[in-house]
Write a protein that binds this ligand. Structure first.
Ligand code: ADP
Length: 278
């Protein structure tokens, strides 16, 4: 648990302990209900540090709810969530990378300042950024190749660039776990490639990624492990283990078609996304 000691004007914050011998995320028989309606049921899994996992499933499958229980924003009705063996609340090592469409782009703020917001958890609200904070922000912008646009207004960026700024903000927070809510949706292939090359850089830094996507083929091509969700955890494993007719039918029941092609099974789901933005 976080402890705050007030020492005159100085505030020291002790974040929850990290027992790195434990999985970065552990869910044990987690059930979440909203007003009696079950959004997640008896979900158990664990992630090791540095893993990158795609979450797939139809609309309403519980993907956002899963992010919320991991972030400690929603409490499970039953079961346990642990982050490095501790309760999920107060962990600033977890960053939520939102869907672009959920952000308010009319807010007049530049790229550097948005990424600096990631430092607030570490600095506290009432301290000016130090040289080290600014250096961390610059490095985060370099990782996502947005350093040349640091002074640009966030509203003037393309969709792919805005997504990269969100990832930089999570990096500036020194997040060890990033919960990415459909970061690929609506991006053209070049911008998706830019996100994948950033994911490779994050892999090298041992940042753990849980990424929600509607694109099953992309998930299969780019991720070693997939989580197939529809209220329950229907499958969790390699693309070959998860993308079977049986499991897909159980998850999407009626919301998709499976077409056998010479190159494998093609999935056409009802929840695809328009696209083409860069
Ligand atoms: P997904 O992200 O996969 O689309 P969600 O986690 O948003 O799924 O939703 C799972 C289920 O929980 C849906 O039936 C949704 O309507 C319901 N739900 C999600 N958030 C809330 C909430 N705050 N209050 C009530 N019901 C909710």
């Amino acid at each position: 648990m976080e402890q705050i000691h007030q020492l005159g004007r100085l505030t020291l914050v002790n974040w929850p302990a990290h027992d790195r011998s434990r999985p970065i995320v552990e869910l044990e028989n987690v059930t979440v209900r909203y007003n009696g309606n079950t959004a997640l049921e008896n979900v158990s899994f664990s992630l090791q540090r540095g893993e990158q996992v795609a979450i797939i499933g139809p609309n309403g499958a519980g993907k956002s709810t899963l992010f919320n229980v991991i972030a400690g924003v929603v409490s499970p009705a039953e079961g346990q969530v642990r982050i490095y063996g501790d309760t999920p609340d107060e962990h600033i090592c977890i960053a939520y990378v939102p869907q672009r469409s959920r952000a308010d782009w009319s807010f007049p703020v530049n790229v550097f300042d948005v990424v600096m917001m990631g430092r607030v958890g570490k600095m506290g609200l009432f301290r000016w950024p130090t040289r080290r904070d600014r250096q961390i922000v610059r490095q985060a912008l370099e990782v996502v190749e947005m350093d040349h646009l640091a002074k640009r207004q966030i509203s003037e960026l393309s969709g792919g660039q805005q997504q990269r700024v969100f990832i930089a903000r999570a990096l500036a927070q020194e997040a060890e776990l990033m919960l990415m809510d459909e970061p690929l949706t609506g991006l053209d292939i070049k911008s998706q490639e830019a996100i994948f090359s950033i994911l490779n850089r994050l892999r090298a830094r041992q940042v753990t990624i849980l990424l929600a996507t509607h694109d099953l083929n992309l998930a299969a091509d780019r991720f070693d492990r997939l989580m197939l969700l529809n209220r329950r955890l229907i499958g969790f494993g390699s693309p070959d283990q998860v993308l079977t007719h049986d499991l897909l039918n159980r998850a999407y029941s009626g919301h998709m078609r499976l077409i056998d092609t010479p190159n494998g099974t093609m999935v056409i789901s009802d929840t695809c996304c328009g696209g083409g933005e860069h």
